[in-house]
Design a protein around this ligand. Structure first.
Ligand SMILES: [Zn+2]
Length: 448
């Protein structure tokens, strides 16, 4: 079976081990009982199997069999207690995880997997979107963002939140999204004004360019990005952009476009989906008409679909964007489809993280320093592993196809690792595909 070697479970897990081993020791060595590597990797294993009880089960296995799956699959020498895991993960500076994301993207590039994500020659869509991954009225830490409801009134309430600005590489023909290192939207000491998505975006853009100096990047963002400062930020880091423009927030631009009777126009039919795209565009329009306003290229997309019953055509989608890429007949359809797939970061990435059992932060508490965001990162890394296997690992794909739902497959995997020891991830999958081949029947216990 052909598996891209540098993207196999063991290669990615080794890469992760490398990343965790680089985290500097901060503890007084007299009291150290668990290595940082083992603690963080155990946390990762919980996220990977979406199972907070994995530590207890594997510890039990270790006691009776002197071996366990955390050691065979994840290279964990000593399994920490939950509280130790929590304390160690809380202390780690979140930027220590950047190394993994950087090398992970490099591995994808090396294996040519990234090539398939080009939307235009040598250009990749990088979608930006903020997500909230924690919210509470009681639990909080110094890094929490706050929102006050009914301020000054009797029923005043403060809500504590954690948010991250996520960036992911996407392609309209690809279900899988490739997550990159997110930027935390976070309050820091001494700052009176709360952090916000656009500030986080500025930090993220700068880091993204440092990490990948030569990659052709098109930033994809919603209407809050289509403003002069963000456009200038993208350009100053040698990035392209494709940002949504709402008519209500870009009145000048809209009036200008409306007054212009003959925009360039063309049509495309997506036969697979039975959709008709009507595209209109205009190059070199002023963003807001003011002095020093950036010149942008405007793209409007309308999608029509025939109703199956009545045969009547209805408009099912409409959106407009501004970009610095000169628009023509050859690229408007690709860009519009790219812009349209922005919702997928929400659907494929955030919702999967929240709904499919990845969200087990509540089992470890909130922490005082970085616990909350570090668990989000570990969850995201587990998600990245799974996305890569969906893309490249035939064994994983066969396993997925064998079960009606992803949830059910993971339930099986969890139950097997609680019972048996597997020397590798591949053996676990092979076993899961056809357990009967390995176990004929359960023998009755020997007579007393
Ligand atoms: Zn907090």
């Amino acid at each position: 079976m052909h598996i891209k070697k540098h993207l196999s479970f063991s290669s990615l897990r080794k890469l992760l081990s490398e990343c965790f081993c680089k985290i500097p020791e901060y503890r007084q060595n007299t009291k150290v009982s668990y290595s940082i590597h083992d603690a963080v990797m155990s946390g990762f294993a919980c996220m990977y199997f979406q199972d907070p009880s994995i530590l207890q089960f594997q510890e039990r296995m270790e006691k009776t069999l002197h071996r366990n799956n955390l050691s065979t699959l994840f290279g964990v020498k000593d399994i920490p207690k939950d509280s130790q895991l929590r304390n160690i993960v809380d202390e780690i500076a979140s930027n220590k995880f950047e190394y993994f994301f950087e090398e992970f993207a490099r591995n994808l590039q090396r294996g040519k997997q990234l090539d398939e994500y080009q939307i235009l020659p040598n250009l990749y869509l990088h979608t930006l979107d903020a997500t909230g991954y924690f919210s509470s009225e009681s639990i909080h830490c110094p890094g929490c963002l706050t929102k006050t409801h009914n301020e000054g009134e009797e029923d005043e309430k403060i809500r504590f939140m954690h948010q991250a600005l996520q960036v992911a590489i996407m392609h309209p023909d690809k279900r899988q999204v490739i997550p990159l290192m997110p930027e935390e939207i976070k309050n820091t000491d001494g700052q009176t004004k709360q952090d916000c998505e656009t500030n986080a975006a500025k930090r993220l853009i700068k880091k993204l360019r440092t990490m990948h100096p030569r990659r052709g990047i098109i930033l994809l963002g919603d209407d809050i990005y289509s403003r002069q400062p963000m456009i200038e930020e993208a350009k100053s880091h040698n990035m392209h952009y494709l940002f949504v423009v709402k008519p209500s927030s870009h009145k000048y631009l809209q009036e200008w476009v409306d007054a212009y009777k003959n925009l360039f126009t063309c049509e495309y039919t997506n036969f697979m989906k039975g959709e008709r795209y009507v595209l209109e565009w205009m190059n070199k329009v002023s963003l807001h008409g003011g002095e020093n306003a950036p010149e942008v290229n405007y793209l409007l997309c309308r999608v029509y679909k025939k109703d199956k019953k009545t045969g009547e055509e209805k408009k099912t989608y409409q959106n407009s964007w501004v970009t610095d890429i000169a628009l023509d007949k050859g690229n408007v359809y690709k860009l519009a489809r790219g812009g349209r797939c922005r919702w997928r970061i929400e659907n494929e990435c955030f919702n999967t993280l929240k709904n499919q059992g990845y969200n087990i932060e509540r089992n470890y508490g909130h922490g005082e320093k970085n616990l909350c965001f570090n668990f989000y990162l570990l969850t995201l890394i587990a998600f990245a592993f799974h996305q890569v296997f969906e893309l490249t690992d035939k064994l994983y794909q066969a396993c997925r196809a064998n079960f009606c739902s992803k949830m059910f497959m993971w339930e099986k995997l969890r139950s097997y690792i609680d019972l048996l020891i597997f020397e590798s991830w591949e053996i676990l999958l092979t076993f899961t595909l056809n357990p009967k081949e390995y176990i004929q029947w359960a023998k009755p216990p020997p007579a007393a």
